[in-house]
Design a protein around this ligand. Structure first.
Ligand code: FAD
Ligand code: NAD
Length: 485
């Protein structure tokens, strides 16, 4: 029987980070992954590198450049002439980015001494793993520690069964060979907004059918409201409070039947993306006697340190509780391995940044004002609009705001919420501040370079105590007015 110090199941961001770190710490490591790329060959990097974060951002970035060239540059004094998009080239370039990064994981495995095994893994009792290479007989491996990182899969809904051509999931929506003139998306969540934006910018008429009455229910209410308005201006037709009843392919198009408070409707689209969430991928993963349990929602049950109910078996990433985000999985992978090695790191689940890569971007860390108030907490809030910063105005990127929420008694930062250009980068400042336990005053007393978008973070932090500089302070103005009259 082949034996290892650590066997990792899954080479997505959670699994590959765990495998690499374990090898760096001197452990003998195997990482098993069953994914194959578009060419049918085994691939590393999981959903994130192959069908998730990276390919979606490649298309988002290109489509943003396209819409800028088409609609914005002329207003800034740059003539471009006619602008068009070559979709097959755009997709091929996205595939090149994916190949470079997935190949990079292979190189990191090789360089760090991780054994990559292509095929399916099933956890047996006592940390043994049944490994089935593709088209070959299973064999049993043994490890001192097993880390499960099998990720997640898209949720299907019966009224809109996928056919891979007209009705697709997020992976299918990264592969369209032409811009669909009419695009339907079920679910106005993160994937719906990002992929709806890609194809909408390239010319599709996009309708998003969202079940909830609230838009982006997990985000700050003011930011969600402003974002909804902006996306509407960009042409995303977001219909809230809808229930999809059926989707049928007829004459090369999809007829989608749905209900809302006004009654029953039908809309016809050329492609339909189903983006209603993801579920933990535990298919064929666990032998009945392996000792690992699932929670009531089908996630692998773990404690705060990602330990399962089976001794020396851990689970990380999308397959366990918490947000389904690559960076959360990476940190869990590193934490588990470092703890196996005898160190004592923890993952701070209160400081997981979330980003939606639309334009403007939406990013946040910590809790919303509404969540905190509903829990009975007293908070002070500072908000600052990008329109009042010189750099945003110079760059013609004035939409959005920064909102800082702090504990009313201790001033400790509890949440930071951003809608705006580069929100994905700006939010890191808030994550660092919160990770260090900063108060709003700590940010307020920090010097920020001028002119930058970051100054909006500074001003919002100053605003928590009513001290923002580039803002009319109505209370102070009234006081002065009273004294001088
Ligand atoms: P995965 O990346 O899903 O990897 C799991 C791997 O395990 C897969 O390769 C799978 O084949 C393999 N596997 C599963 N079971 C077995 C088995 N039994 N035997 C062998 N191998 C197995 N997150 C972000 O943070 N930022 C983003 O911008 C972002 N964008 C996204 C865009 C899209 C369109 C999608 C779909 C997701 C996006 N995500 C994003 C989410 C992110 O991709 C996931 O959170 C992340 O990939 C989860 O990592 P993981 O390692 O847990 O699982
Ligand atoms: P999501 O949870 O973000 O959004 C799904 C949306 O679909 C929700 O608004 C939900 O109310 C709605 N919905 C559910 N059932 C519905 C139905 N029957 N009809 C209409 N609407 C319905 O999930 P997602 O967009 O599928 O993305 C899955 C996960 O992938 C995300 O939660 C996130 O963790 C990850 N992801 C992250 C990023 C990022 O970090 N930028 C990007 C893409 C995906």
């Amino acid at each position: 029987m082949e034996d290892y110090d650590v066997i990792v199941v899954g080479a997505g961001p959670a699994g590959y980070a765990a495998a690499i770190r374990a090898a760096q710490l001197g452990m003998k490591v195997a990482c098993i992954d069953e994914s194959c790329g578009k060419d049918g060959a085994p691939t590393l990097g999981g959903t994130c590198l192959n069908w998730g974060c990276i390919p979606s951002k490649a298309l988002l970035d290109v489509s943003h450049k396209f819409i800028d060239a088409k609609e914005k540059l002329a207003t800034l004094g740059i003539s471009t002439g006619d602008v068009s998009v070559d979709v097959p080239r755009m997709i091929a370039r996205k595939d090149e980015v994916v190949a470079k990064l997935t190949g990079g994981i292979g190189a990191l495995f090789q360089g760090n001494g991780v054994t990559a095994l292509a095929g399916h893994a099933k956890l047996l009792a006592r940390r043994r793993v049944e490994y089935t290479p593709r088209g070959d007989e299973p064999r049993t491996l043994e490890a001192k520690h097993v880390i499960l990182a099998p990720g997640s899969l898209p949720v299907d809904i019966p009224p809109a069964p996928l056919d891979g051509e007209f009705i697709v999931d997020s992976a299918g929506a990264l592969e369209f060979s032409a811009v669909p003139p009419r695009l339907g998306v079920i679910g106005a969540g993160v994937i719906g907004l990002e992929l709806g934006s890609v194809w909408g910018r390239l010319g599709a008429d996009v309708v998003l059918l969202e079940a909830l009455d609230d838009f982006l229910a997990m985000a700050d209410r003011r930011i969600a409201r402003d974002a909804l308005w902006e996306f509407g201006k960009q042409g995303l037709d977001i219909r809230l409070g809808t229930r999809v009843m059926g989707a049928e392919v007829r004459d090369g198009a999809v007829q989608v039947a749905y209900q809302d408070k006004h009654g029953e409707h039908t809309t016809t689209v050329d492609k339909l993306i189903v983006a209603v969430g993801r579920r933990p991928n535990t298919e064929g993963l666990l032998a009945p006697d392996c000792g690992v349990n699932l929670d009531e929602r089908g996630f692998v049950y773990v404690n705060d340190l990602c330990a399962t109910d089976a001794p020396d078996v851990y689970a990380i990433g999308d397959v366990v509780r918490g947000p389904m985000l690559a960076h959360k999985g990476i940190e869990e992978g590193v934490m588990v391995v470092e703890r196996i090695h005898g160190r004592k790191p923890v993952v701070n689940y209160d400081c997981v940044p979330a980003v939606i890569y639309t334009h403007p971007e939406i990013a946040w860390v910590g809790k919303t004002e509404e969540e905190l108030k509903a829990a009975g907490e007293e908070v002070n809030v500072g908000a600052f609009s990008f329109a009042a910063t010189g750099r945003a105005l110079a760059a013609d990127e004035t939409v959005g705001m920064v909102k800082v929420v702090a504990d009313a008694e201790t001033d400790r930062l509890l949440g930071v919420h951003i809608l705006g250009e580069q929100a994905s980068e700006l939010i890191a400042q808030a994550v660092i501040a919160m990770e260090f336990g900063a108060g709003a005053e700590d940010l307020a007393l920090t010097m920020f370079a001028h002119p930058t978008l970051s100054e909006a973070v500074h001003e919002a932090a100053l605003g928590v105590a009513g001290n923002a500089i580039h803002m009319v302070n109505r209370k102070a103005a009234r006081k002065v007015a009273r004294k001088t009259t």
